[in-house]
Design a protein around this ligand. Structure first.
Ligand code: NOJ
Length: 513
């Protein structure tokens, strides 16, 4: 296990929208480098950068055309190597986004694979034997290639699935996992990983990590065996490199696959969704809404067994948001977000902050789709740095921006919030600083719910020798938890521990030691 993960706090950067230094309306590597001091000052000591590789951008870069070359719009490979170096000088680790399940249909491997004559790449993707033979049970495309066959997709139309084989092949076009051509796919992906690790990257966020082996069983035996093999390679050759999976099944990802971390993703109706985004049924019952209709046991019932089952092997990670998820500001105001973030930054595992969530950037629901974003586009708008032109993101004309900046009169920005003592930005900064100061609030320390009752508030939990008590509601809340004599080491709002009771004022959080 890479030791640096224990106190890591990640900042996710969607490179298109972070900071533009050459005035072309889109973010770039030099922009990230210029803002490293900002990230460090906020307290984040690790980055995850969304795919920044050469791509036709039909899915914002998750359609990779060349795994070893960056997209010119962000700069050059040398700029990215410089970014690694500058980040390291500041104690910041950098994860790139690895997309192992599919490539762009414009990737050289696919251009070769679709040729009629057999070649080294013919089996790099999954093809049936004839253009009129469907790839039953899969999404597939036919009629567009020189080759007489249809090919299987992994996601959008632009993303043909790489061939890692089938757990139990059912038809003659389905190769077993140990077929030399499927092993070659695995080796090719390891080669990509080595390439970036050798140039200074510190690991990968892995896209659709569960999607490799087709017809895999419920336990994901095939796919997790491949990841276990990757972990062995890392342990041997790059023991400080870290891997986080987009999987949301920590027993499979961490215990079986050997990932160091797995994301708790926002899936409709799940435990994470119940915290901040439970509004799809029309009524908003999110736990961190101040009207107090939420119920923390919906989160705990799902989270706790997963945490218990995996805590010895890795980290099940909480996120504020990501590039696929509506920003939490969509339904929570800053007073609600402060309590939600107090929770995220004091829980076990490694927290991930999505750029702009530290100032409560809005989810711009009405935006037209960009680069295959659809409803995700609203969470991908330019970072709001100050009140200058284009919120300080770019000097280009407004109509040349990658996506419009939020022009609402009350749109938040970093400069204003940094100057305001009680801003969301300063609360996030204080919370991250608290986490760095207190080992018991970092990734490893034990977690136990101490007071968590259906429909009641506050919620009290223990991390090692620390107690955290949260009251997201607008009513005073008490819990029969004895912490008399414990010292309040952090607070939002106010609260106290007296006479065997913890009492919290409305919308408050206290941390006791
Ligand atoms: C998950 C990524 O987070 C998402 O943005 C992308 O569209 C799909 N995987 C396909 O790669």
């Amino acid at each position: 296990m890479p030791k640096w993960l224990k106190d890591a706090v990640f900042y996710e950067i969607y490179p298109q929208s972070f900071y533009d230094t050459n005035g072309d309306g889109i973010g770039d590597f030099n922009g990230i480098i210029e803002k490293l001091d900002y990230i460090k000052e906020l307290g984040c000591n690790a980055l995850w950068i969304n795919p920044c590789f050469d791509s036709p951008f039909h899915d914002a870069g998750y359609d990779v055309r060349d795994y070893k070359k960056v997209a010119p719009r962000y700069g050059t490979n040398s700029d990215l190597y410089r970014l690694f170096g500058e980040a390291h000088l500041r104690g910041i680790h950098v994860l790139l986004d690895l997309v192992p399940g599919h490539t762009s249909e414009e990737h050289e491997w696919f251009l070769e694979s679709q040729k009629a004559e057999k070649n080294e790449y013919s089996n790099r993707y999954i093809w049936t034997n004839a253009a009129f033979q469907p790839a039953k049970d899969f999404l597939y495309i036919g009629g567009e290639t020189e080759r007489d066959g249809v090919y299987v997709l992994n996601f959008f139309k632009c993303q043909p699935a790489l061939n890692y084989g089938f757990l139990e092949p059912q038809e003659d076009w389905q190769l077993p996992m140990d077929h030399p051509d499927c092993i070659a796919t695995r080796d090719a992906m390891k080669d990509v990983m080595r390439f970036w690790l050798d140039h200074g990257c510190d690991g990968f966020r892995v896209d659709m990590a569960d999607s490799l082996v087709k017809n895999d069983d419920e336990k994901k035996t095939g796919t997790s065996a491949i990841w276990r093999e990757v972990r062995e390679m890392l342990d041997e050759e790059y023991p400080e490199a870290a891997m986080v999976s987009e999987w949301n099944a920590p027993v499979k990802a961490i215990n079986q696959g050997g990932f160091h971390m797995d994301f708790y993703l926002n899936w409709g109706g799940n435990g994470y969704n119940s915290l901040m985004r439970d509004y799809d049924t029309g009524e908003d019952n999110s736990y961190f809404k101040k009207d107090g209709k939420g119920d923390i046991t919906r989160f705990l019932d799902e989270y706790t067994p997963r945490y218990e089952a995996t805590k010895e092997n890795g980290y099940y990670c909480l996120i504020t948001c990501n590039h696929d998820t509506p920003r939490p500001k969509f339904n929570l105001d800053d007073s609600e977000l402060k309590i939600a973030y107090a929770f995220i930054f004091t829980m076990p595992g490694v927290p991930f902050l999505y750029y702009g969530d530290e100032i409560g950037m809005r989810y711009q629901k009405e935006l037209k789709t960009k680069e295959g974003g659809y409803q995700r586009t609203g969470s991908r708008t330019p970072m709001q740095w100050n009140s200058e032109k284009n919120a300080g993101f770019s000097t280009c004309p407004a109509d040349a921006l990658y996506l419009p900046v939020d022009t609402a009169p009350d749109a938040p920005n970093v400069a204003d919030q940094a100057a305001e003592k009680d801003s969301l930005y300063n609360t996030v900064k204080d919370l991250i600083a608290l986490r760095h100061r207190e080992e018991d609030l970092q990734a490893d320390a034990d977690f136990e719910a101490v007071y968590a009752e259906v429909g009641k508030h506050p919620f009290v939990y223990r991390r090692g020798g620390i107690l955290v008590a949260l009251n997201p509601t607008t009513e005073t809340a008490t819990a029969p938890v004895s912490a008399d004599g414990w010292k309040v080491i952090f607070s939002i709002g106010s609260g106290k521990a007296e006479n065997g009771t913890i009492t919290l004022a409305p919308q408050s959080c206290i941390v006791l030691k």
